[in-house]
Ligand binder design. Structure first.
Ligand code: CO
Length: 648
């Protein structure tokens, strides 16, 4: 049993394309790059920011039947390091032609993975940087860590048009210790990423290195607790899901697994089998942007607000997962295939984890007169990936339940970003988490874009608030309250924030489909934990991440509107993305709509977050409301007694 459990089901991404939404294969990436290189005579100084599937028009995808011929296109964004110019191209891979080529003025693509390494090397070579280290008594350059942070856009003179990183530096005490325990405070190398040269080294004054190490790795832990007995997850007959290429089916659920280096995991064509009909719920769902605004006003720290999707490409930073640690049970892994910045292919093996989990009770009732007990165990399908962004880890988890519920959860862990302070200093905009180590207060905002298709493309959105009935003839005892539905008919009406006091949620309905009670079929967006930003509305981060200001946004579907903070948030002055998309205040009633949900995790660091942070959870749910005629999970069989899992 133990051997079977450790069996690794690794699957190389399918060579043959089975569906128009399958991600580009390694061959297709290479072909697309080659076709464009030849057509445009691209030189060596060109970096490929993005080479991804150019998703076919929705109508075409919805018409697609197994075996139909598939036309394949790549969307390519590239940066010419010599001129700093950005170009976008669409390449037909099946037709071996360049379909479009466009110069995009005034934008900066994301910081690419190769640039991370090259930037660190450039900083370490720089004499001014070495001088700043010498001033601090740091001599071993090999132990220095340089994290190239995005520069933001603060309207500062001299930064216009430059491709910049304001790097942040740390010092390890040995090659494997936690370098993030010792920030090299005050030293900010400013790097021109096009020339890969240090422009200057800002030095905001020497602060001693914090005295303590912050090690958490097993090699450093002197004593482990000894009272843990084995807890085995076994699935002797294998998992209950089936995988065919990128298509996953699990009980009544069906979906396709996509991936881009920018968004990471993408879900396509999510549907649920009900009375013999595969009923659509989501056409496409993915994380569209995230941002982490920090609250310290200091000269060395005000720039900290990472857009980890648009500025770094969260998918690029995906971990390769291994069995028994990240996921337990019978695992199926999907590899992630993407381009590197020179147009080559980079594969992250075991990037996406697919598995099942027991999830306690699904439903239960005991007839207290007869003693008859009916209980069903809940099981969920989990599709996830985990990304490491410098010091931080984010796990992105989609859960599918037997009662038709979909849940999205972000797991935050890793090492809190920090700064050194003088001995005795008590920080205002942060928490002392170790001697002379300040973890700044910050927030994590995520925006998930959900192209809804509740039983078809034309959907509407209602806000649901519960209200007290005024006292009077209709409510003589004052006990009455009721849920009130309000149609959100336009984009501006649909810019909303959570209200836990009215039990607020948002209902996505299909006005032309009714359940047997005559109600519009619907799914409810149920908020979880949420918060609003504390940055001033005029602060740079508020302009660049306008999506933070509202939790709910709804737009009519448009193929070019995919990014909550715009296509190129890196060094962007602001206003792009949802604020721009919704300016025309289009109708969103009974049409093909996209729901964008923003949720914020508020992080006042604790000493317990150090040296590595126990997982914090944040997310939301989509719950069927009248989508089914009744509890759709009555047909889940009772737990079996013979396998020892259920002793009377
Ligand atoms: Co945090």
């Amino acid at each position: 049993m133990a051997t079977a459990r450790r069996e690794v089901h690794t699957q190389v991404s399918p060579i043959t394309v089975q569906h128009p939404l399958d991600p580009l294969t390694p061959d297709e990436i290479e072909d697309a790059v080659e076709i464009l290189r030849a057509d445009r005579s691209l030189g060596k100084r060109v970096r490929f920011e993005t080479v991804v599937l150019n998703e076919p028009p929705k109508a075409q995808v919805l018409r697609y039947k197994d075996g139909d011929p598939i036309q394949r296109e790549a969307f390519i964004a590239l940066l010419d390091n010599d001129t700093g110019s950005v170009y976008e191209a669409v390449v037909s891979i099946t037709g071996s032609t360049v379909k479009s080529w466009e110069h995009i003025p005034g934008v900066q693509p994301k910081i690419m993975l190769d640039e991370f390494y090259e930037c660190e090397e450039a900083v370490k070579r720089d004499p001014a940087f070495r001088e700043a280290l010498r001033k601090r008594g740091i001599t071993d350059i090999d132990l220095v860590m340089v994290d190239p942070w995005s520069a933001g856009n603060f309207g500062i003179k001299g930064e216009e048009g430059l491709r910049l990183s304001f790097a942040r530096c740390w010092l390890r005490s040995s090659p494997t210790d936690n370098g993030y325990a010792r920030p090299i405070e005050g030293v900010i190398p400013v790097v021109d990423l096009n020339r890969m040269e240090v422009l200057r080294v800002e030095d905001h004054g020497v602060v001693p290195l914090p005295p303590n190490s912050g090690n958490y790795a097993a090699e450093f832990v002197r004593e482990f607790r000894t009272d843990l007995k084995p807890l085995e997850i076994t699935q002797p007959e294998g998992p209950s899901f089936q995988v065919d290429g990128r298509r996953v089916s699990w009980q009544k659920w069906e979906l396709r697994v996509g991936f881009t280096p920018r968004e990471g995991l993408i879900l396509h064509n999510v549907s649920y089998l009900d009375k013999g009909r595969q009923r659509p719920i989501l056409y496409r769902a993915a994380l569209s942007e995230m941002v982490v605004p920090y609250g310290d006003p200091g000269e060395a720290h005000f720039r900290k607000n990472a857009f980890d999707v648009g500025e770094y490409g969260i998918g690029t930073l995906t971990n390769s997962l291994s069995l028994g640690c990240d996921c337990l049970g019978e695992i199926y892994y999907f590899d992630a295939v993407m381009n590197d910045s020179r147009g080559g292919v980079m594969t992250i093996p075991n990037a996406i984890c697919l598995h099942e989990e027991d999830f306690g009770i699904l439903w239960k009732h005991v007839d207290w007169r007869t003693g008859q007990a009916e209980v069903r165990r809940s099981r969920r399908l989990v599709i996830s990936f985990i990304a490491t962004v410098g010091n931080y880890e984010y796990g992105f988890f989609w859960y599918f339940y037997q009662d038709g519920t979909i849940e999205y959860q972000v797991k935050l862990t890793g090492i809190v970003n920090n700064a050194a302070v003088q001995a005795g200093e008590v920080p205002k905009h942060g928490t002392l988490i170790a001697p002379q180590l300040n973890a700044h207060i910050h927030q994590h905002f995520f925006n998930v874009r959900m192209d809804m298709s509740i039983d078809g493309q034309n959907n509407s959105v209602y806000e649901v608030n519960t209200e007290s009935e005024p006292r009077g003839p209709g409510n003589p005892q004052g006990n009455a309250f009721f849920a009130k539905k309000t149609l959100l008919a336009t984009e501006s009406e649909a810019q909303r924030v959570v209200n836990p006091f009215s039990g607020r949620s948002w209902l996505i309905t299909n006005p032309s489909m009714r359940n047997y009670l005559g109600q519009e079929v619907a799914y409810n967006l149920v908020p979880g934990e949420n918060v609003l930003p504390f940055a001033h509305p005029e602060a740079a981060v508020s302009k660049r991440a306008g999506f933070m200001a509202k939790h709910l946004w709804v737009t009519p579907y448009h193929p070019d509107e995919n990014n909550a903070a715009g296509r190129y948030p890196n060094q962007h002055p602001g206003g792009d993305g949802l604020p721009a998309y919704t300016k025309a205040n289009r109708s969103i009633e009974n049409t093909d709509i996209v729901v964008w949900y923003t949720f914020g995790h508020h992080h006042v660091p604790r000493p317990e977050d150090w040296p590595v942070m126990p997982v914090m959870y944040t997310g939301f749910s989509l719950k069927p409301v009248g989508f089914f005629d009744q509890n759709p999970a009555l047909d889940v069989p009772p737990p079996s007694h013979h396998n020892g899992h259920c002793h009377p």
